[in-house]
Design a binder for this molecule. Sequence first.
Ligand SMILES: Cc1cc2nc3c(=O)[nH]c(=O)nc-3n(C[C@H](O)[C@H](O)[C@H](O)COP(=O)(O)OP(=O)(O)OC[C@H]3O[C@@H](n4cnc5c(N)ncnc54)[C@H](O)[C@@H]3O)c2cc1C
Length: 311
Amino acid sequence: MHYDANLLDQVAVALRKAALNEDAKAYLLANKELNALFKKGAKRYLGGDNLQELLPAVKGLNARGFACATDFMGESIRKEAEANEATEEFLRLCAGIKEQGLNSSISLDLSHIGLIVDKELATHNLSRICEAAGEVVISAEGIDRTDSIHEIYKSLSAKYPHLCITVQAYLHRTKNDLQELQKLPNKIRLVKGAYDVPEHDAHKRGQQLNKVYLDYVHGLLSSNHACSIATHDGAIHEGVKEMLLTIRPDKEKYEFESLLGIENDRLAALKDEGHRCRIYVVYGQEWYLYLMNRVAEYPLSIFQVLLDIMS
Ligand SMILES: Cc1cc2nc3c(=O)[nH]c(=O)nc-3n(C[C@H](O)[C@H](O)[C@H](O)COP(=O)(O)OP(=O)(O)OC[C@H]3O[C@@H](n4cnc5c(N)ncnc54)[C@H](O)[C@@H]3O)c2cc1C
């Protein structure tokens, strides 16, 4: 398909700004009709408004052979009480997964459970969640938070071998970070990276980033390090499959992971070929930022959102 990449870049920048604009968000969420319309557009990406809706959705995905990673949406919490409330919700989520015998890890942003308020608070809340959960995966956030996130992760990773970390292939620093992180046996989730970062800190999306991504996957697979290949990019999936013909990691050491509502048919095909596959399912009320981020990272998906709104 031919399209103007520069124009799409500009659209992505505008959408990211719109996503972070508190006035626009308040206006849209307060307007009943607009709220309902945009929510309809967000629906394909969401596991539900609350735990009661989420758990059956996860059960359905498990029945189709997918493991899940569930996330109570939210980030950048600035009040201790709210970080603690979010932690309580994650604990209810852990209990729900256990009670219903679901196959789901927990995914979370440390800034949702206290990172910005106080690192000690985030560490304490994360420990509580790790005590209650099976696998817990820490998300990657803006580059200004990467050091604190890694610090907290490293402080708990030995105690909790089921605690995992996400790294962003687009950041130049990831080359060194991965060398350090691979010394720990815990699973590493590799994503391209969704946040705005200064140009000099990151590779631009495209062939160069895909090459870097595949190099990192090669390093992980050839050392039989537990990893999640978390991308919807068909070219990367093909590249990884080619690697798997010669590198033969244990089947349970790697998985492909996608967001709910994005290229899930492609993931199903990988599953049918015998690879372990996981779907990342979000739930809660913070769908506005989540939707805007999905559209900003892939502006052409605005057409899908419009179709969903009109259907
Ligand atoms: C499981 C998981 C966890 C993630 N966690 C984090 C995290 O912690 N921190 C972080 O910064 N980022 C995270 N991301 C987002 C990631 O960084 C990318 O922004 C996102 O996955 C899109 O990039 P891509 O790898 O799919 O490749 P792209 O090159 O963006 O897309 C490849 C193809 O996938 C499809 N596609 C991609 N995005 C969309 C979309 N929004 N709508 C419709 N089609 C689309 C298109 O067909 C596109 O051609 C996560 C992604 C996944 C899958």
